[in-house]
Ligand binder design. Structure first.
Ligand SMILES: [Zn+2]
Length: 215
């Protein structure tokens, strides 16, 4: 990824889709209780297994997270199937209050991603410059809804340019720096079957609740 070090990298996503909104949140989904698991099990017995797009996030180990997602045909974007994926993606993202989500994470191997963050985050480059390593990439702690409960430091480009199609099949192009740039790189990685653990500094990999185990 960092072979060609540039202060500005370009991500051109042909036929990829982006959904942007101004909203912020952080995730903290708890572990399912035994009772919850049992109820889920019974529900599946009665209703049958759910089919993608899921209303939950797939976890590491699921092959869908390691496959390369297929490009979306521009003509299919406004069709019911793709629109259902987009709506579910946004719904799950809101439910988890996370800042980004990709279609493979809800079980759909298509190049669709959604981002959600406040305007202030767009303007705030302070975090990006805070740990600038070599002018090209920055290292910062990252987490993923598909690797629930863990976190690690990951190098990312400071600035990126993204282009694709929005949910109305209109072409969009966007330059991002700082947090938004980090989020979009994370989500685009998902479309290529790449997880942050593939790029992380492994010595920084932590269980986010490690301190609680000593209490
Ligand atoms: Zn992720």
């Amino acid at each position: 990824m960092f072979r060609h070090c540039r202060t500005f990298s370009h991500y051109v996503l042909k036929s990829q889709m982006m959904y942007f909104q101004n909203q912020l949140g952080f995730f903290c989904p708890g572990l399912h209780s035994l009772m919850h698991s049992y109820l889920q099990y019974m529900k599946r017995k009665v209703k049958g297994s759910p089919a993608p797009p899921y209303n939950h996030v797939c976890q590491v180990g699921d092959p869908v997270l390691r496959s390369r997602a297929a490009a979306v045909e521009p003509g299919a974007i406004q069709g019911p199937e793709v629109q259902k994926v987009i709506k579910t993606l946004v719904k799950v993202m809101r439910k988890l209050e996370c800042v980004g989500l990709s279609a493979p994470q809800i079980g759909v191997p298509l190049q669709i991603l959604a981002l959600a963050y406040p305007k202030k985050m767009l303007e705030d480059n302070s975090i990006a410059s805070f740990e600038a390593r070599d002018g090209c990439t920055v290292i910062f702690q990252e987490a993923c809804e598909s690797i629930c409960g863990y976190s690690a430091s990951v190098p990312r480009y400071v600035s990126v340019e993204v282009s694709g199609l929005n949910e109305k099949a209109e072409p969009v192009s966007w330059q991002a720096s700082g947090w938004p740039a980090r989020i979009v790189q994370h989500e685009i990685d998902h479309l290529n079957g790449v997880l942050y653990i593939d790029r992380m500094d492994s010595k920084t990999f932590i269980n986010v609740k490690w301190e609680e185990y000593n209490e």
